[in-house]
Design a binder for this molecule. Sequence first.
Ligand code: NAG
Ligand code: NAG
Ligand code: NAG
Length: 446
Amino acid sequence: MCGQRAGGGGVVPILFLLFCFLIQQVTGHLDDCTCDVETIDAFNNYKLFPRLNELLESDYFRYYKVNLKKPCPFWNDNSHCGIRDCAVKPCPSDEVPDGIRSGSYKYSEEANNLAEECEEAKRLGAVDGSLSKETQEAVLRWTRHDDSSDSFCEADDIYSPDAEYVDLLLNPERYTGYKGPDAWKIWNSIYEENCFKPQNVKRPLASGRGDAHFFSGVCVEKRAFYKLVSGLHASINIHLSARYLLQDTWSEKKWGPNITEFQQRFDEVITRGEGPRRLKNLYFLYLIELRALSKVLPFFERPAFQLYTGNKSYDAEMKNLLLEILHLAKSFPLHFDENSFFAGNKKEAAKLKEEFRLHFKNISKIMDCVGCFKCRLWGKLQTQGLGTALKILFSESLIEKIPESGPSYGFQLTRQEIVALFNAFGRISTSVRELENFRNILQNMR
Ligand SMILES: *[C@@H]1O[C@H](CO)[C@@H](O)[C@H](O)[C@H]1NC(C)=O
Ligand SMILES: *[C@@H]1O[C@H](CO)[C@@H](O)[C@H](O)[C@H]1NC(C)=O
Ligand SMILES: *[C@@H]1O[C@H](CO)[C@@H](O)[C@H](O)[C@H]1NC(C)=O
């Protein structure tokens, strides 16, 4: 299929062939034999994931600055006090009668439902913004330490007074109760308006169909973009299924895997073939981000680069861990063409980069329309992380030229980009890990 399309395409031949190569590698193996998925699983679950997890718990990586208060630029938000509004703006408690809030006395069915929904959304969707005083001070020092640089995707206006640091460890990505039409609207606009949409593509949230001609009419680098977004979507859905709110009582909240939820999104029969494709896209995304990590090693290896938090010995320790992870990423046998598919022909690569950049900008703006704080936070972070990975892949030749000492003028990453890159990859890595868990549960059910 790739060969045919390359012949008739008239699109950037070099990029085309290299992408074809890449995609055939990935899907081919993943299609034909589970052994390659197993290779990735074994590498990720037992080698990379544990180390990455440790890194992401460090101070440098757990605080991310984000502006969650930007208005949605694309449509008016006119929903009622459903989960959505409450999550964006926690219900003012004086608007809800005391008796209702305490749950001991109910005025009316309707008021009660409203209050419960608000409480629910506040708990599920709210972002825990508590930072210790020391952290706030440290964070101020980091900011001064940051390099400024042009970023690949729309940078959040982190200098806006509305931008705040959040502690990612206190705000795990999990089931939030944010679904239904509002969530579909977000994903549909991402797919339909920003994904160089393939002709006759099925809406991702409707049930699928066979797709022998799924991608006909799309040139291949755009297909790669589509696969990345689909992989991101799959990853997020795996988290929501893996950390589902299973039990919610006064005394206990329990989060854990919900097999039904997982099957509804990924089971081959229930999704009519879409599920396995989504998972394949997840692995594709994994490999792309892994490759970006392996390529960015020279930037982090320079002695001048520090994971600056103010504690020298701790910073050095964490930098060692980071380099260990990058070397690990480099050691993974990816049989890609080393001539770099993103940086092949200079002029065409620049054009492609610009196109990707525009689409990414839009996707990061769409994240401002996500009506639940926590989903918005992780959506923004993961978009920026993927954007950073693409920036790295598009800058390969610049990175290779970085001198070992002195400033690296050609290529820079800000702290925000670094935090997003590793945390975003952490999410994908966690998804791959969680998939194994789901597979085991399903096997035991048979
Ligand atoms: C960006 O997304 C919005 C909302 O989905 C859409 O209306 C607009 O056409 C998109 N623009 C580009 C350049 O993709
Ligand atoms: C699991 O998810 C389904 C929706 O997919 C829901 O109906 C069900 O109640 C959930 N199970 C538990 C134990 O929460
Ligand atoms: C620096 O970090 C180390 C842990 O690596 C810790 O033991 C030490 O107390 C820290 N020093 C300061 C000044 O916070």
